[in-house]
Design a protein around this ligand. Structure first.
Ligand SMILES: C[S@@+](CC[C@H](N)C(=O)[O-])C[C@H]1O[C@@H](n2cnc3c(N)ncnc32)[C@H](O)[C@@H]1O
Length: 385
């Protein structure tokens, strides 16, 4: 791995009321951690990306070998009721518009070689992701934007402690309407019998395993601290809502959370706020110097305030913006790069005149739970995550 600042044994870099940060190799920290002592490992390891990030990423084929000693330690230090949550993005194979299987291989390795159980697979949709790689997505137009990370929730036994009551979300406007007007019990076309229990107001909805969070932090205490102190912010931070979701789902107050690839210590900041004991670790001192901005003074995670309907992302139905005109497909699959003809426009779908604003499109399909489409916030500072 590139850019390791540290060659000596890890040292405690900073302590807070509930946690501490180590500067050093987390493998060394793990090796001195007691068996069965951690409730949750919540982390986002360096990805096996084709384009190397500044903090170093193993190439996809070497990734599994790099991960193995961590997997062994993770399994040893977790309590039997504990969970390992790994946020990991996909990668493109070099030179072709095809996807690497490395993160699926990682999942299979963790389960088949190290005895983890896949409690559930989640998908974190980041609507503000940039359309990359540009060559396949915006230049040749033969692939679509990759906007999800997989989040593997793994456990040491099939019965990790968890409660979805901790992560309920407000009912959507359509569900509120249904609760108000009532629901007639009937069989769905899928064959599912929907009883009248469906219209009982339980106060909130059980969320799906698709987590929609834009990664658009632009004015947090952390960023301000980095700016004021001339520190470069960590380039691949996850949003606070992601660790918060899993910390709430899987741990109680006072439990222990560990992030071996701590980066800017977002996991630590959330764990501190939620009164969990925690440890974060990173190899790169500059990242930890910046992370201090999360713990000094009255720094707190600044969560975007939900405005009316903005806490809902509505998933677009495929083809919604289709303009009725099919451009012929290239038989070579885009292998030969075309020279763009001048003054021909971008080739983007044109909205029919009857749909003057994408904001107002609404799809009313009684058999579908998918409502309409997304109004995506635009990132002012896009983290590379
Ligand atoms: C994807 S980033 C994590 C970002 C973090 N979730 C956040 O929100 O700031 C991965 C981090 O792992 C660190 N790292 C890589 N190998 C490590 C190791 N052996 N021990 C400790 N940290 C490591 C890198 O320096 C990098 O900061």
């Amino acid at each position: 791995m590139a850019n390791q600042d540290v060659t000596s044994m890890p040292r405690i870099f900073h302590r807070t009321k509930h946690g501490h940060i180590y500067l050093g190799d987390s493998l060394d920290v793990l090796r001195t951690t007691e068996d069965n002592s951690i409730d949750l490992i919540m982390t986002s390891p360096p990805f096996g990306l084709v384009r190397k990030k500044e903090y170093g990423n193993a190439e996809a084929p070497a990734y599994l070998d790099w991960f193995k000693p961590f997997a062994e330690q993770f399994h040893r230090v977790l309590k039997t009721s504990g969970s390992l949550v790994i946020d990991i993005g996909g990668a493109w194979n070099p030179g072709t518009p095809t996807r690497s299987l490395y993160h699926y291989k990682l999942l299979i390795m963790l389960c088949e070689e190290f005895g983890f159980h896949l409690a559930q697979d989640f998908f974190w949709w980041n609507p503000s992701r940039l359309p990359t790689p540009a060559e396949w997505v915006t230049v040749r137009r033969i692939r679509v934007k990759d906007a999800i990370n997989t989040v593997w929730w793994l456990s040491k036994t099939p019965w990790p402690k968890a409660s979805n009551r901790r992560v309920l979300q407000p009912y959507s406007p359509s569900m509120m309407e249904l609760l108000e007007k009532g629901y007639k019990a009937k069989k769905r076309p899928s064959g599912h019998d929907i009883s009248d229990k469906f219209s009982v107001d339980n106060g909130a909805a059980i969320p799906p395993n698709l987590i929609a969070i834009p990664n658009t932090e632009s004015n947090s205490a952390y960023l301000r601290y980095c700016q004021e102190h001339g520190i470069k912010a960590h380039p691949a931070r996850y949003p606070s809502d992601l660790p918060e979701y899993f910390i709430r789902l899987l741990t109680n107050e006072g439990d222990t959370v560990f992030d071996p690839f701590g980066g800017s210590c977002m996991t630590g900041e959330v764990a501190e706020r939620l009164n969990r004991r925690w440890t974060c670790c990173d190899l790169v001192e500059e990242y930890l110097v910046g992370a201090l901005g999360r713990f000094v003074g009255s720094a707190q995670v600044e969560r975007p305030k939900p405005e009316s309907d903005s806490s809902y992302y509505r998933v677009p139905r495929p083809g919604l913006l289709w303009n009725g005109r099919e451009e012929p497909l290239d038989e070579d699959g885009g292998r030969v790069r075309k020279v763009k003809p001048k003054n021909k426009g971008s080739g983007a779908a044109v909205l029919p005149k009857s749909n003057p604003s994408v904001r107002s499109i609404s799809v009313d399909d009684k058999n579908s739970t998918i409502e309409s489409f997304v109004l995506m916030p635009v990132a002012s500072e896009e983290s590379e995550r």
